[in-house]
Design a protein around this ligand. Sequence first.
Ligand SMILES: [Fe+2]
Length: 379
Amino acid sequence: MSSPLVTWSFPTTIVFGVDSVATIAERVKALGAKRALVVCDKGVVKVGIAERVRALLDAGGVAARVYDGVDPNPVEANVLEGVAAYRDHGAGCVVAVGGGSPLDVGKLIALKVTHDRPLADYDDAIDGGALIGANVPPVVTIPTTAGTGSEVGRSGVVTLAATGRKTVIFSPYLLAKVALLDPALTRSMPARITAATGFDALTHCLEAYCSLGDHPMADAIALGGLELCAANLQRAVEKGDDLSARGGMMKAAMMGAVAFQKGLGACHSLAHPLSSEKGLHHGLANALCLPAVVDFNEQAAKEKVDRVRGLLDRSAKSCGEAVRALRKRVGLPDGLKAEGVTEADVPKLTAKAFEDACHRSNPRAVTAEDLARLYRESL
Ligand SMILES: [Fe+2]
């Protein structure tokens, strides 16, 4: 397990390898900071990772304070509390540790430290990213899951107090300066969360590859990510201590997030309301909707969908079948009913899904009726 660390810049500097977290103090000091705010949630504290990161910073001469108040679905108050903690500590850098929520909140805390307007003004839906300048303090990300890819993403999602709406804030200045990808940190994920978050990574790669638009770099990265998912997802679920499989999924998650700057598709539009309205885990929501979306897209993106089938399971009759079989092998349910979603939920979910922007880059144009049908097929 002592293979050397490798470093990629894409454009975030990504340090990959078991024990890469041990380099945190030198990374922070190289960014010019002597004091850091560690942003995480209670789960990261519970498994001991927050204290480990704090102690590593301390031992390396960086005074660190932990802010662990991030909610599973982050709200504006989390960001504002974090900003107060950052100022009170006199921090010069944010170290965000955890799944997508702490990583997103960490980026938004850094934003608000130097940007005085209300968060609503930076909403991507009104091109608020144009108000964001280069003076955002440095952020280092340390993911403890393998799914969202937020560690290399340029956005943060938060529910605003005034509107109660999940709001995306997007700017290249929100990119982490350094991401430390340490497969050993994902060992604490239980099998079901490994499967669900892994399906988020797989869905990012699949939807990005099949989405409209010409982006050969994103396509190549998405295909590489899909190969990694095919080779590692089941192994990571079945053998949580297999650091090679865990590392493969961390790479796939990171590559999925790089690839989806090209665009996503209808599956993410279906998944978002399932989380906001029905409380489903985002990765699980994708896993439950993806086969129906792949079937729906098959004729419109025949070559691409068939290439994905070949990567997932050459012997499968269709790409949708390959996805269903993998979902079963990793122990996830085969429909939304198992998660308490019923026919009665479909109209409201459909209205929200149609408002969601992700389906605009789906390879086959979707109407509200199509989305309703895809929900029903996924029940
Ligand atoms: Fe996602």
